[in-house]
Design a protein around this ligand. Structure first.
Ligand code: PLP
Length: 437
């Protein structure tokens, strides 16, 4: 099937996400026929290196044979059964394995399908916990400036991105934000750690004043993805954990984007040596195959719902909660982590990319070159107001799938990226930047 035919049909039948559809009058959609490893192929046989892991979900490449065969095996056994009143092997195994791997104390897994649903669940669970324990006034939340936790109404109420929020202002609960420890905002001469501690002091002031109404502080650990890959020092998380404890406010760690090895440890919270009260996972949990999200929480939160009265229970559900195919894909993903020593291999890959990227780092038009785990980002000083658009289009001509956020270019490649592919990614990105500056 030719590219053009599918484009026309998609434009008239599909309403694409996060898109002003009119822009596709001039900017073509990219029709993808198949994927293999780090590459996506269109119907004309052109290939694109998926440097954004298909919206940060893909870990081990497209059509990974090991995840494929696990899903196929599961398909022959059980494709789905409701999880209310029923259970199955993949969901039990996955819950046990996640509890063993996650920071201490997170022994209970509640499932949904997408990241935003996990956020909703954590917000509801937190407020409901306080209600069940005699503090019904603790119903508000605080998040970081420029936070992103998803786009359903509850998730938007703790998301701080005006473009996604403003049209729905009347429908969204008002919650406060506190200064982000984004190290780009440090003063001249101030290091990332000192800046993070200064921001933590502002968090403390907020908690001190509002803790009686606050259910939880929700945060993207180490990297605020949608804020333009804003990176910060782990000391902020360490302090946030202490402060939340002190002021009896839950700490919700949204590791939807940064969990599953993305920051260099399996969970980003490990780098601050903390356990949150809620840990949210999605995206990479199935290796980027199937929609699955999980909210992990502690015994004491679980116990506050465990009672004779139905109304004290957590009466939240989604039809596909704990879908066996998705759980099986997640188990296959965890198997790959264990069998291939992925975190150690990724450390070498990150060091290699950092070496190869020296010309980017020192490029006169590149600012704030930064890296955490397998995430890289930098700002480009370009005269073009539509830099993101131009960069995306030019990257496609160079066989790269880059999706800048404003003037921030980032790499978030699948972990199977080879040294040769890293060379290609960096060399071509340099060419693209040179021609846009
Ligand atoms: C930190 C974070 N939280 C939540 C979400 C929402 O996940 P989903 O798009 O699956 O609803 C995202 C998506 O990018 C995210 O980056």
């Amino acid at each position: 099937m030719p590219n053009a035919d599918l484009l026309t049909r998609s434009r008239s039948a599909v309403w694409h996400p996060c898109t002003q559809m009119k822009r596709h009058e001039t900017l073509p959609l990219l029709p993808i026929q198949r994927g293999s490893g780090i590459w996506l192929y269109d119907f004309d046989g052109k290939r694109y290196l998926d440097a954004v892991s298909s919206w940060w979900v893909n870990l081990f490449g497209h059509c990974n044979p090991r995840i494929n065969s696990a899903i196929i095996e599961q398909l022959g056994q059980l494709e789905h059964v409701m999880l209310a009143g029923f259970t199955h092997e993949p969901v039990v195994q996955l819950s046990e394995r996640l509890a063993a791997l996650a920071p201490a104390g997170l022994g209970h897994c509640f499932y949904a399908s997408d990241g935003a649903s996990a956020t909703e669940i954590a917000l509801k669970m937190s407020a409901h916990f306080w209600r069940n324990t005699g503090k019904p006034g603790k119903t508000s939340f605080v998040s970081l400036q420029n936070s992103y936790h998803g786009e359903t109404l509850g998730a938007l109420s703790v998301t701080d991105v005006a473009l996604f929020k403003d049209a729905y202002g009347a429908l969204i609960y008002k919650n406060a934000t506190v200064a982000s420890p984004d190290s780009r905002n440090a003063e001249a001469g101030e290091d990332a750690r000192s800046f993070a501690l200064r921001c933590a002091a502002l968090l403390e002031a907020h908690l001190q004043q509002h803790h009686a109404q606050l259910a939880a502080f929700i945060i993207e650990p180490l990297v605020q993805g949608a804020a333009g890959m804003a990176m910060y020092h782990p000391i902020y998380l360490t302090r946030a954990r202490e402060l939340c404890e002190q002021y009896q406010v839950h700490l919700i760690a949204d590791e939807i984007a940064v969990g599953m090895g993305r920051t260099g440890t399996l969970f980003a919270c490990e780098q601050a040596h903390i356990s949150p009260d809620f840990l949210l996972l999605s995206k990479g949990i199935t290796g980027g195959y199937l929609p699955l999200s999980v909210v992990m929480t502690t015994d004491s939160i679980y116990q506050a719902f465990y009672a004779d009265e139905v109304s004290r229970g957590f009466l939240h559900s989604h039809s596909y909660t704990g879908n066996p195919l998705a759980c099986r894909a997640a188990l296959a993903t965890l198997d790959i982590f264990a069998a291939d020593d992925v975190l150690a291999v990724n450390r070498h890959k990150a060091a290699y990319l950092n070496r190869i990227a020296a010309p980017l780092h020192t490029h006169p038009k590149v600012k704030n070159f930064r890296n955490t785990g397998l995430i890289w980002a930098f700002e480009v000083a370009s005269p073009h107001l539509d830099f993101a658009q131009r960069c995306f289009s030019l990257a496609l001509e160079h066989e790269l799938l880059l999706r800048p956020m404003g003037n921030t270019v980032y790499f978030m490649p699948p972990y199977i990226i080879s040294e040769h592919e890293i060379d290609l990614l960096v060399e071509r990105t340099l060419k693209i930047i040179d021609s846009l500056c």
